[in-house]
Design a protein around this ligand. Structure first.
Ligand code: HEC
Ligand code: HEC
Length: 334
């Protein structure tokens, strides 16, 4: 009898593996059409003088009104480039009006910030000089840069310019550094063909993420970052988030009625590491944020198992904190 069962069991096992592989392949095709892969940054780019300058500028806390605030003061390495606090303290000692998101992978987005009111990384960084870093004017920032002996680093980064020490180049260099903060994750390995990069629950979560429609807004290689959408399609968002203050969203920038409560769809790369959630950090836990999204955007109630599966899929978007996301050992004039 054994002789008969063994081949049958073996055949069943082969059949099972083949159907599982086919299911994985179909899932990969669906995911590839909606999302996309992140590629690691080449060491040549990392070593460029522009990136090195940008890294120094990003971490130099002397370059601020209080002499204690750098970009890294609100975008911590231990928080995957974000801030664990709901709001962050700026160089004037005031709290930011929105939650600090991660800076990792951000340069792939079509606009920046919760309201999409910055064109790109250079525009955002230049704005920080007179914003959260507290300088009274761009001239004051340039004076600080030359006092701190940055002229040589600017010259090395922009060798063809007569007067390279400008706030425009400040923005460009910081953005060049930020563009190297890319964090490939298990999800990218799955997309590249490695079935074992995601476990069964993560695959189920990915299936649900797609079938529920999350991918219509959270699309592209960053799973978001490109669209403007109303937060709270089925009802007012603050009923679910219990936000203390109602933020009018894009309306604050455009003054158009249809932009009320519209925000830029955030990307979901590393989202498991960047609590608290939403523009005001009003929600502490990722499972809660996922449930709220299904409720507010679709009027759909996810059960516990569905929520847990989506959360474990989101976990597969966690990459490693880049090794060069630290203050350089030595800054100019140190
Ligand atoms: C005082 C805290 C603070 C400091 C200092 C700070 N940031 Fe931010 N950062 C924030 C907050 C808060 C936001 C979200 C603001 C908004 O959307 O209205 C943000 C948003 C960003 C974004 C947009 C991310 C996205 O996905 O849209 C980037 C990029 C960024 N910061 C980079 C920097 C750089 C570069 C510096 C230094 C020049 C810097 N930050 C300094 C708090 C800070
Ligand atoms: C109609 C577009 C849309 C759909 C569909 C959608 N989202 Fe969102 N999502 C948004 C917007 C807009 C925000 C930002 C809201 C805010 O904070 O102001 C957001 C925020 C989030 C956040 C918080 C991110 C952070 O860093 O704070 C998570 C997590 C999230 N969505 C997951 C999901 C999941 C899971 C689904 C499917 C159940 C989903 N979303 C469906 C538009 C959408």
């Amino acid at each position: 009898m054994n002789k008969l069962i063994r081949p049958a069991a073996a055949l069943a096992a082969v059949f099972f593996c083949a159907t599982a592989a086919m299911a994985d392949e179909a899932l990969r095709r669906d995911a590839a059409s909606l999302f996309g892969r992140l590629e690691p940054v080449s060491p040549v780019v990392l070593a460029s003088p522009e990136v090195e300058l940008g890294r120094a500028l990003f971490w130099d806390e002397r370059l601020s009104l209080d002499g204690k605030t750098s970009c890294g003061s609100c975008h911590f390495a231990r928080d995957w480039g974000a801030d664990r606090m709901k709001f962050s303290l700026d160089a004037r000692g005031e709290f930011t009006s929105r939650h600090s998101p991660t800076v990792f992978n951000t340069m792939g987005q079509s606009t920046l910030r919760w309201l999409g009111d910055r064109r790109d990384g250079a525009h955002q960084a230049e704005g920080s000089l007179t914003g959260s870093l507290g300088f009274s004017s761009k001239q004051a920032a340039v004076a600080a840069l030359s006092r701190l002996h940055y002229a040589d680093l600017f010259r090395a980064a922009y060798p063809n310019q007569a007067e390279p020490l400008t706030t425009e180049n400040y923005g460009k260099a910081v953005a060049a550094y930020e563009a190297t903060l890319v964090t490939p994750a298990p999800f990218d390995r799955f997309l590249a063909g490695d079935d074992s990069a995601l476990d069964a629950r993560q695959k189920e979560g990915l299936r649900l993420f797609v079938s529920t429609g999350c991918g219509t807004c959270h699309a592209g290689p960053l799973l978001g970052g490109d669209l403007f959408q109303r937060f709270g399609v089925t009802r007012e968002y603050w009923q679910a988030t219990k936000s203390e203050r109602i933020d009018v969203g894009r309306f604050a920038v455009t003054k158009k009625e249809e932009d009320k409560y519209v925000f830029r769809v955030p990307m979901l790369r590393n989202v498991a590491k960047t609590a608290p959630y939403f523009h005001d950090g009003s929600v502490e836990r990722l499972d809660e944020a996922v449930r709220i999204m299904a409720d507010l955007q679709f009027g759909r109630t996810l059960d516990e198992a569905e929520t847990a599966a989506i959360v474990s899929f989101l976990d597969s978007l966690t990459g490693e904190v880049p090794a060069h996301y630290t203050r350089p050992r030595k800054l100019p004039a140190e």
